[in-house]
Design a protein around this ligand. Structure first.
Ligand code: ADP
Ligand code: MG
Ligand code: ZN
Length: 476
């Protein structure tokens, strides 16, 4: 029997607010343990939560970007369980009436597009963090307790590790583009659980699923899912059954491992939180948030492809919202007909100098300088090879290209007589290659071009060099 894999992802994304979901404590990452806490987020008895309105707006923003329906009334619920990082004994989440439902996300794998459904997006608070092995003890840091999250629950529409990875990347790009999440996997502000099952091809019934917990890299998620699919197929093919359980990924061993089985499955006994009124949002408010949405990465890509960028160019350059803004600023300066030249140069030269930290990106050269460099290349003041050299100097010194070109005398030699003189010299110096060329081996033209460029320190206009060489080489 042949099987197909079924995968559904649950993503927890931290919303970018200054303060926590139900109190005024700061959400800053990396502060000293237990410095951003108060009776509410410590879960002290009698402390009352007050919802942060900014959280709801960000959650709606995310939902609209993912084409969800926003429910006019939604309800906070208590999810009851015991764990040291949950002092109240319950997490405030949403259950029966989540804020948003029925969205979708477009993904593409190997040139094939498909849409994956989004079941729901609800708002919840983060738990505290257990710090293991501090002087031989486990301590709890409550700075993260009460930090606002959205949980994005995906339909079981994915069929491979590659699709799951594409889904996560696309989801992160969108959340970052609309500014609700900083996409930082290492800091834990974007976390993913993957549910994986298999079923006979053609079956509509879902198989028993395994949940892969908290894998903090897209590549590892993909590997963990691929391993898990293979493990389940082998198990079932040899007469076994898949147990419902939670497994973790061991990168060192390259396999998933059981963390806990079904017998430890929770019964959360959800019920509406009596301390929090239902959230009511009217259409007008939703429409206001919709009007404020920036362009989404897919829209940016479509617009750029109209300007002659390839799909690959567009994908790379929308890889970070700040990079996309940088490119757009360049297009505005250079004009749409030069967008492709800009895109090429950014990818071949600029990108490797760009560093990103969450939503921040550091590009080493101001866009006005880069646009000037592209212009000087396109109007033949310098050739492409020199442009790369000038760019390296721009990164180093921060100077505009014009200054560097003038100071270092890098402008292109377009003087026909000067080029002719160099060409003649090179031909005279290589009689053997000349004979080869005239004997029909025209491929040695490349050799001559190289010699002339070397003699002019790369500054000759390559087109002129080619033309002049062909003319002088042909003469008997
Ligand atoms: P829970 O909240 O207990 O984890 P849900 O029913 O809400 O359970 O499912 C959570 C996620 O698991 C969803 O993303 C869903 O698509 C996925 N899922 C559910 N059943 C399966 C299955 N049999 N195989 C793969 N994924 C599944
Ligand atoms: Mg789950
Ligand atoms: Zn607090």
């Amino acid at each position: 029997m042949s099987f197909e894999a079924v995968i559904g992802l649950e993503v927890h994304a931290q919303l970018r607010t200054q303060t926590k979901l139900f109190c005024g404590c700061s959400t800053r990452f990396g502060d000293a343990p237990n410095t951003n806490v108060c009776p509410v987020c410590l879960g002290l008895p009698g402390a009352l939560p007050v919802p942060n309105e900014a959280v709801i707006d960000l959650a709606v923003r995310a939902a609209l970007a993912l084409e969800c329906r926003v429910n006019p009334v939604s309800v906070f619920a208590r999810k009851n369980y015991f764990y040291p990082d949950l002092a109240k004994g319950y997490q405030i989440s949403q259950f029966e009436l989540p804020l948003n439902e029925h969205g979708r996300l477009a993904i593409e794998v190997d040139g094939e597009r498909k849409e994956a459904g989004i079941t729901r997006i609800h708002v919840e608070e983060d738990a505290a963090k257990n710090l293991h092995g501090v002087g031989g003890e486990t301590l709890v840091d409550f700075n993260r307790a009460g930090v606002p999250l959205i949980e994005i629950v995906g339909d079981p529409d994915l069929r491979s590790g590659a699709e799951a990875e594409a889904y996560l990347r696309s989801l992160r790009d969108i959340l970052m583009a609309v500014g609700v999440n900083d996409g930082n996997l290492e800091a834990g502000s974007f976390r993913c659980d993957a549910n994986v099952s298999i079923r006979p091809v053609g079956s509509e019934i879902l198989g028993t699923r395994v949940e892969l917990k908290n894998i903090n890299s897209f590549r590892f998620v993909r590997k963990a899912i691929e391993f898990e699919i293979a493990r389940q197929k082998a198990l079932v093919s040899s007469g076994g059954v898949v147990e419902q359980e939670t497994r973790s990924w061991s990168e060192a061993e390259g396999r998933t491992k059981s963390m806990r089985g079904k017998e430890e499955a929770h019964d959360y006994r959800y019920f509406p939180d009596p301390d929090l009124p239902p959230i009511r949002i009217d259409d007008e408010h939703v429409e206001r948030i919709r009007r404020d949405l920036p362009e989404l990465p897919a829209e940016t890509r479509a617009r750029w492809q109209q300007l002659g960028l390839t799909e690959q160019d567009a994908r790379v350059l929308t890889g970070h919202p700040e990079l996309a803004r940088y490119v757009d600023a360049g297009v505005a300066l250079l004009g749409p007909e030069r967008a492709k030249a800009l895109a090429n140069f950014v990818q071949s030269e600029v990108l490797r100098h760009v560093t990103t930290h969450g939503l921040r990106a550091d590009v080493p050269v101001p866009i006005a300088h880069l646009a000037q460099l592209i212009e000087l290349t396109l109007d033949d003041t310098i050739n492409g090879k020199i442009a790369k050299e000038v760019f390296a100097k721009m990164v180093e010194s921060g100077e505009p290209p014009r200054d560097i070109i003038d100071r270092d005398g890098l402008a292109q030699v377009t003087d026909t007589a000067a080029i002719e003189a160099v060409v003649q010299e090179v031909i005279d110096g290589h009689p053997a290659q000349l004979a080869q060329y005239r004997g029909g081996k025209t491929a040695v033209l490349g050799f001559f071009v190289g010699q002339v460029m070397k003699a002019t320190r790369g500054q000759a206009n390559p087109k002129l060099v080619q033309e002049t060489l062909k003319r002088l080489l042909a003469e008997p």
